[in-house]
Structures are given as structure tokens and as C-alpha cells.
Design a binder for this molecule. Structure first.
Ligand code: SAH
Length: 517
């Protein structure tokens, strides 16, 4: 039988980008993934389809599976010849019981390898703007457990040496013992004025930092209700945060932004938002469906030889058109000599991806821009094909026909509101768990309002409404919504920029979750 193996993999602190390349490779080969509370579940998407995913918990007080049973589980799965990834938060060998698991595997004669991860102390310090060492302040660092084996007393830590013998201290699992930790450090010689930072959910969009001193930490935590999981950083280096902050002062930091695009399109927009610090919440309000019948589009594909201009107004229209072309036994050669028009850069990129270069992208990324540009070239007597969405505006066929063109506008796809998901969005909005909602087309506004029903304007006017351009804004107004953000240029990049500007202009204090000292 195939030999099984266990990879003890560090998942990193939370940001899914902070797993190692090797760790991700292991995940992609896994038959079984055994994961913890602190390992970001998004990472599981990297495991192959059909891999067995086993959650073993380990949230304080809510132990899902006792450690000895986790050990047994690893042994058992490996003995079945499987590739097992034991995915652990941070680094597997730093306060993670990875050592115990490895010893058990060794005893059972199971092959294992260890893939280190970025431990919470390193990640939290970096993302809070605190260099753990700096020549001017400290040359040594200790990682300390603030919650020892429950059967032992805290006093097994040598407080005197910790207090005065080490520069920077980072406590893990220390939130329940804060009083003891601060008291012991001060009693053994650390000045009460020593700066302290507590960093919660480091590297995640919900990261929070509390700044204090050894002397006032306990009171501050009590006042603010600060909760685990968090690391406590003690030492003069903590003061550098004031100058070195970079993560949680980004313009959209911590803003929960509803992204209403289709699943396929949401990714790139979400990435743009994340780069500014936002936490995108994906909520596709459009499902794409084929037309009731392909007959009209197919008939036009048969007449491509007589066609002069092809207008494509979305990346989706590009995909549908080229797929249909192929389904009809043709390929891009059928487009030879046809002027290709793309409404904007994204559509142009989709055309380029098919190995073709668009001939025309208007300056104004809208139907009006296309009409203008084509009229300039002269359209009288030309045959124009415009495969469109079912609910698309009539302005292109209308204006170009008026200018003397013969326009065919077969339906290439329909956009429908999804059947599921309304309940979840309604809940998030009414709980105040969303800060802003983004609309990238009229149909995203219409569909979301449709999904939310009668309460739509009431729920949506509680958050910052961001619209990609004037037409989408018009639709939003018609449905009783007040748009706060609209860029001059109708692109996703410009929309994100306009959001950044908007939040900048808001009072600075509202920008982050920072709890000031
Ligand atoms: N093996 C892990 C540590 C597990 S012990 C590692 O190397 O990071 C659990 C403790 O880690 C928590 O109580 C908390 O102190 C710390 N921790 C883990 N992830 C954290 C995060 N994202 N932000 C702050 N602290 C975190």
C-alpha cells in the first residue's frame, strides 16, 4: 500500500497570503486536511476538490477534539496511505502543540515533514508597525506563553529574568492573565511607563490594536472590552508604531464593502478594495443565464461575412459571443475585416484574451461614447452587430439606426436576480455589518433592490452607497437610494479611488478602529 505522510503546515496568522509557497503546495496535494480555529478557512479552497476537510477546533473553552484524539486521527489517516496536511495557525512549533503531534507520529512510525509558518508575534508586530528588535531599543526578544499548562502554576515562568533580562516580550494566550503578567513584570523591575500594544486578529481586515503602558494596560482593556485572540507586545519598540503604522491606516481599512458583481467578476474588484484595506463581502446579485433562444444570435453569426462592425459592451458579452461562434463551428477568422468595438478597457482585455485587438475603445466608456466614436467614422449603410444583454438600453441600436446604419441587436445573455442569498444580505445590513455597498451597473442596483424587497431603500440608505457612474446613479435614485460616491470615470479603479477620497474627507477619527492611548 502507498505510504502515507503527514505535513505539519503553518497556516500563518490569518491573511491567506501569508502561508508559505511550500505550505500551499502541500495543501494542493492533500487527501486530508486537519485544521484549527486559527487557520484561515479560506486556505482550504486550495485543497483539491474531494479532499476530506476535518475541523478540530481548539477555541478556548470550546475544544472540539481533545489533543490525543487529534494525534490518533493523524496517525490513522496516514496509515491509510493518505497525504495528510495538519494545518495549524501561525507556526506549528510555536505554542501550537506541533511538537506533541510530531512525537506521536514518530512513535507510530509515520513519515512527517514540518513546514514553518509566520507566527502570530512576527505577523502582529509587522502589521501593527512594531519592529520586534531595533538596535536603539532592544537586541533580544522572547516569545512567552501567558497561559501555561492549566495543571501548572504561572509562577514557573522566571519573571525576574523576563522582566529585566530580555528587551522585547511577546505574550501569546495572555488575555485572561493580563493582571498577573503586568504585575509580575513591574514587581520585578520593568517600569510602569513601558509601552505595551495588544494586537487582536492580526493581519485580518478586523485587526485591532490597543496602545497602553504596563501601568495602565489592565484598566484600558477593561474599559474597551478588548478580546482574544491577541498577542501582547511589551517593550520600548512598541512606541515606533506611531511612525511605522502602515496596515491599519490605509484609507479603506476595516470598511466592510458589499460587492454586488457576479461571482466570476467579483474577484478583481475585491482585490482592488483589499489593496486599500477594505474587507469586501461578496454578494452576487446577478446570475447570468443564456437567452431563451440562440436563434437570433446564430442567424447573425451566419451573416458575419456581410457585417462591418461588432460592438461588445461587457466582458461577458465577449465570452458569450466567442463561445457561441465556436459552438457554430467557426473561429476568430470569421471576424476578419470587421471593426471591433469595446466599450472600455475590461471588455478590450477580454477581446485581447481571445487573440484579437479591438479597433476602437471610446474615451467615454459608455454606450454614448461608442455612438459618438462610430458616428465620427461614418456609419451610413454599414451593418452593425451588437450582441447584448436582454435588458440593455436601446440607445445604441436607436442612435446608430438614425445615423443610417443597419443594426442587429440579438440577445446574447440574460441577467437574473439570484434565487438565494437575499436573507443573508438583509441580515448583514440590518445588523450594521456592512459599511458601504457598491453598484457597478444598473442591473446590480435593480437586482439588489428586488432581492431586498420593500425594505430595500430603508436598509441601503443606512450605508454608504457607491455607484460606478451616472447611469447606475440614475437607477439608484429612481429606486429611492442616495448615492454618496460616484467617480468621474466609469471604471472599477476610479470607483475605488473615489471611495478612498470620500472616506478621507470624512473625519479622520472615523477611519480606523484604533483605540487611542
Ligand atoms: N502556533 C500559533 C500560536 C497558537 S497559540 C502561532 O505560531 O502563531 C494561540 C495564540 O496565538 C492566541 O491566543 C494568540 O495569542 C496568538 N494568535 C494567533 N493568531 C493570532 C492573530 N491573528 N492575532 C493575534 N494573536 C494571534
Amino acid at each position: 500500500m502507498k505510504q502515507g505522510i503527514v505535513y505539519l503546515v503553518g497556516a500563518g496568522p490569518g491573511d491567506p497570503g501569508l502561508i508559505t509557497v511550500k505550505g500551499a503546495q502541500c495543501l494542493r496535494r492533500a487527501d486530508v486536511v486537519v485544521y484549527d480555529y486559527l487557520a484561515n478557512p479560506e486556505l482550504l479552497e486550495q485543497a483539491p476538490e474531494g479532499a476530506e476537510l476535518i475541523y478540530v477546533g481548539k477555541r478556548k473553552g470550546l475544544h472540539h477534539l481533545p489533543q490525543d484524539q487529534i494525534n490518533e486521527l493523524l496517525v490513522e489517516k496516514a496509515q491509510q496511505g493518505k497525504v495528510v496536511v495538519r494545518l495549524k495557525g501561525g507556526d506549528p512549533y510555536v505554542f501550537g502543540r506541533g511538537g506533541e503531534e510530531a512525537l506521536q507520529l514518530r512513535r507510530a512510525g509515520i513519515a512527517f515533514e514540518v513546514v514553518p509558518g509566520i507566527t502570530a508575534a512576527f505577523a502582529a508586530a509587522a502589521y501593527a508597525g512594531i519592529p520586534l528588535t531595533h538596535r536603539d531599543f532592544t537586541t533580544s526578544l522572547a516569545l512567552v506563553t501567558g497561559h501555561e499548562d492549566p495543571s501548572k502554576k504561572m509562577s514557573s515562568l522566571d519573571w525576574e529574568k523576563l522582566a529585566t533580562g530580555v528587551g522585547t516580550l511577546v505574550f501569546y494566550m495572555g488575555m485572561a492573565n493580563l493582571e498577573l503578567i503586568t504585575e509580575q513584570l513591574m514587581r520585578h523591575g520593568r517600569p510602569p511607563s513601558t509601552p505595551v500594544a495588544i494586537i487582536r486578529w492580526a493581519t485580518k481586515p478586523v485587526q485591532e490594536t490597543l496602545m497602553a503602558t504596563l501601568g495602565n494596560l489592565v484598566d484600558k482593556v477593561r474599559e474597551s472590552g478588548f478580546k482574544p485572540p491577541a498577542v501582547i507586545v511589551v517593550g520600548e519598540v512598541v512606541a515606533l508604531r506611531e511612525q511605522l503604522r502602515w496596515f491599519d491606516n490605509r484609507p479603506l481599512f476595516g470598511k466592510r464593502v458589499l460587492v454586488t458583481r457576479t461571482v466570476a467578476q467579483a474577484g478583481s474588484f475585491s482585490t482592488l478594495l483589499q489593496q486599500q484595506g477594505a474587507a469586501p463581502v461578496s454578494c452576487p446579485v446577478i446570475e447570468l443565464a443564456p437567452p431563451q433562444s440562440w436563434a437570433a444570435l446564430d442567424a447573425e453569426i451566419d451573416r458575419l461575412a456581410e457585417t462591418d462592425v461588432l460592438i461588445l459592451t461587457s466582458a461577458n458579452a465577449v465570452d458569450v459571443f466567442f463561445d457561441r461562434l465556436r459552438a457554430q463551428g467557426k473561429d476568430v477568422r470569421a471576424l476578419a475585416g470587421i471593426t471591433l468595438v469595446a466599450v472600455g478597457p475590461k471588455t478590450a482585455a477580454a477581446i485581447e484574451a481571445r487573440g484579437l485587438r479591438p479597433d476602437l475603445v471610446p474615451v467615454d466608456y459608455r454606450a454614448e461614447g461608442i455612438i459618438e466614436a462610430l458616428k465620427e467614422q461614418g456609419v451610413a449603410g454599414k451593418r452593425i452587430l451588437y450582441p447584448r444583454a436582454e435588458l440593455a438600453r436601446e440607445v445604441i441600436p436607436q442612435k446608430l439606426s438614425e445615423a443610417g446604419a443597419k443594426v442587429a441587436a440579438p440577445i446574447a445573455y440574460r441577467t437574473l436576480p439570484p434565487k438565494e442569498g437575499a436573507e443573508q444580505i438583509r441580515e448583514l445590513l440590518s445588523q450594521g455589518a456592512i459599511d458601504a455597498v457598491t453598484f457597478t451597473s444598473s442591473s446590480t442596483v435593480e437586482n439588489l433592490c428586488h432581492m431586498l424587497g420593500e425594505e430595500a431603500s430603508h436598509l441601503l440608505n443606512k450605508v454608504t452607497i457607491c455607484s460606478i457612474g451616472p447611469l447606475t446613479t440614475q437607477t439608484a435614485k429612481r429606486l429611492g437610494l442616495t448615492v454618496a460616491v460616484e467617480p468621474n470615470n466609469s471604471t472599477l479603479e476610479a470607483l475605488v479611488e473615489a471611495m478612498v477620497e470620500y472616506y478621507r474627507s470624512q473625519e479622520p477619527g472615523a477611519r480606523s478602529l484604533e483605540l487611542l492611548p
